[in-house]
Design a protein around this ligand. Sequence first.
Ligand code: ZN
Length: 73
Amino acid sequence: MKTSCLKIACPTCGRTTVCRVRRTVRVKVGHREIAVRQVALEECSSCGERMYDLAALARIREARERARRSHAA
Ligand SMILES: [Zn+2]
């Protein structure tokens, strides 16, 4: 997949090096940590700042809820 870079300034460092990428995002669920694979997000290649859009946040939230349910079962 080709990464598409956006012509927007990074809110942290101010450089226009923000690109749309897919990353594995690690999130805490209780005492555990889960990996949400292939989350599409915007990442600054200069400072590493990550920006999550609504779709990315929804994916992470779903993964957390799934992990929490499977843990309870
Ligand atoms: Zn930056």
